[in-house]
Design a protein around this ligand. Structure first.
Ligand SMILES: CC(C)(COP(=O)(O)OP(=O)(O)OC[C@H]1O[C@@H](n2cnc3c(N)ncnc32)[C@H](O)[C@@H]1OP(=O)(O)O)[C@@H](O)C(=O)NCCC(=O)NCCS
Length: 171
C-alpha cells in the first residue's frame, strides 16, 4: 500500500497548489481517495494472482465510487482521482507518474488499442482519450476534450477533436 500512500501525498501537494491547505487526514477523507485505494488494492490482488478477489474490489469501486478502472490498467505513483464519478479506464491503459484525473474521464480502447500516458498529466472533467494514442509528459487536457491523436510533451489541448492551444518550452 506504499503506492496508495504516495498517491495521497501527491494529492495533498496538488490540493495545496490549488490553494487548499489540507492535512493528510483530510486528504484521505476527500472525494476520490477511496477509489484510489480500491484501484491500488485491485492492482495488488492481480499481481498476486488473486483475480477473483480483484474482481470483487473492482466491482466495489463501481458501486461505491461510480468508476470503472479496468483490472489490468497500470499507473505509476502519484495517481489522483479527484472526483471518481463516471471515470472509465480500459484495462490496457498504461500511465506514468503523477496523473490527475477529474470526473467523467474516459480513457478507452478503439480497434483493440488503448492510450499510453506519460508523466505529470492533468486530464480535465469529462475528457475522453480514445485509441492507441500517446499522450506526452507534462500535458494538460481540457475539460470535455476528445483526444484521438498523439499529443507531444508539455502542451495544453482542448476541444473536439482536441487541438493544441499552448506549447511550453521545456529544458
Ligand atoms: C484546459 C485547461 C487546463 C487550460 O487552462 P489554462 O492553461 O489556464 O488555459 P486558459 O484558461 O488560459 O485558456 C486558454 C484558452 O483555451 C480556452 N479553453 C480553456 N479550457 C477549455 C476547454 N476545456 N475547452 C475549450 N476551450 C478551452 C479558453 O477559453 C482560452 O481561449 P481564448 O484564448 O480564445 O480566450 C483548463 O481550462 C481546463 O479545462 N481545466 C479543467 C478543470 C476541471 O476539469 N475541473 C474540474 C473540477 S471538478
Amino acid at each position: 500500500m506504499k503506492t496508495f500512500w504516495l498517491d495521497l501525498r501527491q494529492k495533498q501537494n496538488f490540493m495545496q497548489q490549488q490553494g487548499y491547505q489540507v492535512s493528510m487526514l483530510r486528504t484521505l477523507l476527500s472525494d476520490g481517495s477511496s477509489a484510489n485505494f480500491l484501484y491500488r488494492l485491485t492492482s495488488a490482488l492481480i499481481r498476486y494472482r488473486l483475480t477473483p478477489l480483484a474482481f470483487i474490489t473492482l466491482w466495489l469501486n463501481k458501486f461505491i465510487n461510480g468508476c470503472v478502472l479496468g483490472a489490468g490498467c497500470q499507473f505509476g505513483k502519484g495517481l489522483i482521482l479527484m472526483h471518481p464519478c463516471g471515470v472509465v479506464i480500459n484495462s490496457k491503459v498504461r500511465g506514468g507518474d503523477n496523473i490527475v484525473i477529474e470526473s467523467g474521464v474516459v480513457i478507452g480502447d478503439e480497434k483493440g488499442k488503448a492510450p499510453t500516458l506519460g508523466h505529470n498529466i492533468f486530464i480535465g472533467a469529462g475528457a475522453k482519450i480514445i485509441g492507441g494514442v500517446r499522450v506526452g509528459n507534462g500535458v494538460k487536457i481540457g475539460a470535455n476534450a476528445v483526444v484521438v491523436k498523439d499529443l507531444p510533451d508539455h502542451v495544453t489541448a482542448v476541444g473536439i477533436p482536441a487541438r493544441i492551444i499552448k506549447q511550453e518550452d521545456h529544458p
